[in-house]
Design a protein around this ligand. Structure first.
Ligand SMILES: *Cc1c(COP(=O)(O)O)cnc(C)c1O
Length: 413
């Protein structure tokens, strides 16, 4: 028996060349990133945009995303860990850059040396000052208040003291209070009253700081949902993650309705395609059985690639048709029931056909939101968990239009 050579038939212009990254990849559209940054910047103006690129830019790749975001007008970058910030600095990115989640093991000295701004909720202050002394360089600090989220940030009760100590060290030239910030808990649910309460508390902490003589360059509170829906939370800077990746933070509103474009497409190719009789069990547990004689398509992505194991029924689009995943998702693979269809619209075997799990949704295709629903989670988690085993491929890398050779080679007369 011979098998048709199919791979070439299904490749589209934007697909990577044959090889591991063609077999499976997360394709990241950097023009979508730039578009989303411009969209968010317009909504936030006159406040500036901090592009949040923690967790490897929510799975999209921190360095290329940071570069694209800065090209499109983001003025700041934000990450959780100092180690993430140092990776960006090592790549030559010198934009203002804030890291806000530390442990006593964090390398504050390296942060000060690299000119990384450090979020400070209280206990970090002494370490930061020690690092500044050691580096003989003032630290750049953003004081963080807990206005209701209950994670890090100084409580209102501890705020006076934190501000007082920071002021003292600032006068000694050991640090500069560059920012004051807090984080919102429920901005993705605009009807809830707690955002107003947090906003009131934030104004209060700003007043306390000001009365103590601490006037920061930037005050920041808003995340993506607040940047898009609550201008009164914008202050000087909005910290935007999800939105620059093109996804909606709101339950009832799509990316398109918000003017955003999802930047990540997760795709692979069908790795096996075969006819089976009625009653064929599918995958571990045999939780799915074919109703009639059918054709099964094997999709070579699984939970080791970051596709949630619980997401049975999640969508996979092959040759223009979207199929739900049949049976359990395994470590490396999952199965779709092609319902007796074994050839493409063009009459080719579906072996090697592209299989898209999610993309920008523009053409009615599956989205990360669909996978979030299937997995009982949010779109943040779907994209962020795509594992390092999946090669990232970047398209539309530079917005600088290529200068036609004939023109660029022309010498000035
Ligand atoms: C992750 C994070 C953000 C970004 O949140 P999005 O909802 O993705 O915009 C902003 N601020 C802080 C402190 C964060 O941890």
């Amino acid at each position: 028996m011979t098998y048709p050579a199919t791979t070439g038939d299904f490749r589209r212009p934007r697909d990577p060349a044959p090889g591991p990254a063609y077999e499976r990849s997360a394709v990241i559209d950097l023009e979508a990133i730039r578009h989303n940054v411009r969209r968010v910047a317009a909504a936030a103006a006159p406040a500036r945009v901090m592009a949040v690129v923690k967790a490897d830019a929510y799975g999209h790749g921190a360095v290329p995303v940071a570069r694209a975001a800065l090209e499109a007008g983001a003025r700041w970058l934000g990450v959780a860990h100092i180690a993430e910030a140092l990776t960006l600095r090592a790549a030559g990115i010198d934009a203002p850059l804030l890291a806000w989640l530390h442990t006593p093991e964090s390398d504050f000295g390296a942060a000060v040396a690299a000119g990384v701004d450090i979020g400070c909720s209280g206990w970090e202050l002494d370490r930061i000052v020690a690092a500044a002394r050691e580096q003989d360089r003032p630290a750049r600090v953003h004081l963080k208040a807990d206005t209701g989220l209950g994670r890090n940030g100084a409580t209102i009760d501890a705020w006076d003291q934190l501000v007082g100590e920071a002021q003292k060290y600032q006068n000694e030239g050991l640090l500069r209070v560059v920012g004051i910030f807090s984080h919102l808990a429920v901005a993705d649910e605009p009807h809830r009253p707690e955002t107003d309460e947090q906003l009131t508390a934030f104004r209060e902490v700003l007043t306390i700081a000001e009365d103590a003589g601490v006037v920061p360059d930037v005050r920041h509170l808003a995340n993506t949902p607040a940047a898009l829906s609550r201008p009164d939370t914008h202050f000087d800077l909005v910290r935007v993650g999800l939105g620059i990746y093109g996804m909606s933070p709101f339950e009832g509103q799509t990316s398109a309705e918000l003017g955003l474009r999802p930047a990540m497409t997760l795709r692979t190719v069908v790795s096996h395609c075969k006819d089976v009789p009625a009653g064929q069990g599918v995958s571990y547990g045999l939780n799915y059985r074919t109703v009639g004689a059918s054709t099964l398509g094997l999709i070579p992505l699984g939970y080791a690639d970051g596709v949630p194991r619980v997401a049975t029924g999640g969508p996979v689009r092959v040759d223009g048709v979207t199929y739900p995943v049949a049976g359990r998702i395994a470590m490396d693979q999952m199965v779709i029931d092609l319902g007796g269809r074994e050839v493409s619209a063009a009459g080719k075997s579906l072996l090697g056909a592209e299989a898209e799990l999610f993309g920008n949704g523009a053409d009615g295709g599956p989205t990360a939101d669909d996978w979030a629903r299937a997995a009982g989670t949010n779109n943040y988690e779907i994209v962020t968990r795509i594992s390092p085993r999946v090669p990232r491929r970047y398209i539309n890398e530079s917005e600088t239009p290529l200068v036609p050779i004939s023109r660029s080679m022309k010498r000035p007369v």
